[in-house]
Design a protein around this ligand. Structure first.
Ligand SMILES: [Zn+2]
Length: 328
């Protein structure tokens, strides 16, 4: 779904507000430091007036004006830095960080929309704001192996629940590290409460923090969006055009596949979605409680074959973390 005009206006207003907030912060800091040392204000005034004087001279043909001005400015700059240093400040104090250094909070790099603009558009179009608050808690910093047993073994792999999770974390971190140059996808499966969604969120957080566009959907939301936009669209090209963001974002997360009550529509849309993303070499993470044979059975062999050939399959297992948390 493309941005509507009003959504575009909202984003532009947000960028303007960000710049204004930063400007006010800079002004506040200048005032604070200048109050501590009024000589700084005098230096600033002197810089303005000598620039003006020398500019006038330059315009009237005085060729010595420019080198003179440069000399004066260097001297003032030195004095200013000395004073700031004695007060314990640096010039950096007057240049607070931008939220996005790449576009300096303008949303654009040249004529191109910055990655932060693209993500904001996704958040707005697909109402992703709830995932932001979830990611504050669900990330690698808060990840704990405490819930994974080092004795309970998966008979089919011989690995303990803890070892299985350690491997999955290792694969997830590799996925993040190689994200910009290696196309890959992750498929987390296993019983309820073994940490599949948590792990997907850890990956989402890392990629969002490094400026990638991420869309998070439960399977139910994904098919709901498809259903709303597919209505009245006749051809597959139309459908694809109306879901550019879903097919093009750097990472798409489809959580809880199988909980959407599959039917012929969702089955065909899942294939379309995965196929488009694979063709565009855009990464996807799927998590599901379904077994692999159920995936093949419900979503057809051709979807299963796409998944098994393009995704790293990670089966997690252990006790339900949600129940364990309640028991503690
Ligand atoms: Zn930016």
């Amino acid at each position: 779904m493309p941005l509507s005009n009003s959504q575009y206006d909202i984003i532009i207003r947000e960028y303007n507000a960000k710049l204004l907030r930063r400007r006010r912060l800079v002004d506040k800091r200048i005032k604070e430091v200048y109050e501590k040392e009024p000589r700084l204000k005098k230096i600033e005034d002197a810089v303005s007036s000598c620039s003006l004087v020398q500019a006038k001279k330059l315009l009237s043909g005085d060729v010595t004006a420019l080198p003179k001005l440069r000399g004066q400015l260097t001297e003032y700059k030195k004095q200013r830095l000395e004073i700031l240093g004695k007060l314990g400040y640096s010039e950096q104090y007057f240049e607070p960080d931008y939220e996005c250094r790449d576009c300096k909070d303008t949303g654009y790099i040249g004529n191109e929309r910055c990655h932060c603009f693209k993500q904001r558009a996704i958040d707005l179009v697909y109402t992703q704001s709830n995932i932001r608050s979830i990611l504050k808690d669900e990330n690698f910093e808060n990840f704990s192996y405490d819930y994974y047993s080092d004795s309970q073994k998966n008979p089919s792999t011989g690995l303990t629940s803890l070892e299985t999770m350690q491997n999955a974390v290792k694969d997830s971190k590799k996925f993040i590290q190689e994200f910009d140059y290696k196309f890959s996808n992750l498929f987390f499966y296993g019983d309820t409460g073994v940490g599949k969604t948590f792990l997907s969120n850890c990956v989402a957080k890392e990629l969002l923090d490094t400026g990638h566009s991420v869309i998070y959907f439960t399977a139910f939301q994904l098919f709901d969006i498809f259903a709303k936009n597919t209505f009245h669209r006749d051809t597959e090209e139309d459908i694809i055009a109306s879901h550019q963001n879903v097919f093009d974002c750097d990472l798409l997360i489809i959580d809880d596949l199988g909980t959407e009550m599959p039917n012929s529509f969702t089955i065909s849309q899942l294939f379309l979605c995965l196929n488009e993303r694979i063709l565009r070499r855009r990464s996807t993470i799927i998590s599901t409680n379904l077994t692999l044979s159920q995936i093949a059975e419900i979503y057809s062999e051709r979807t299963f074959s796409r998944i098994s050939s393009s995704f790293t399959m990670l089966k997690l297992f252990g006790d339900d973390i949600r129940i364990q948390k309640k028991l503690r």
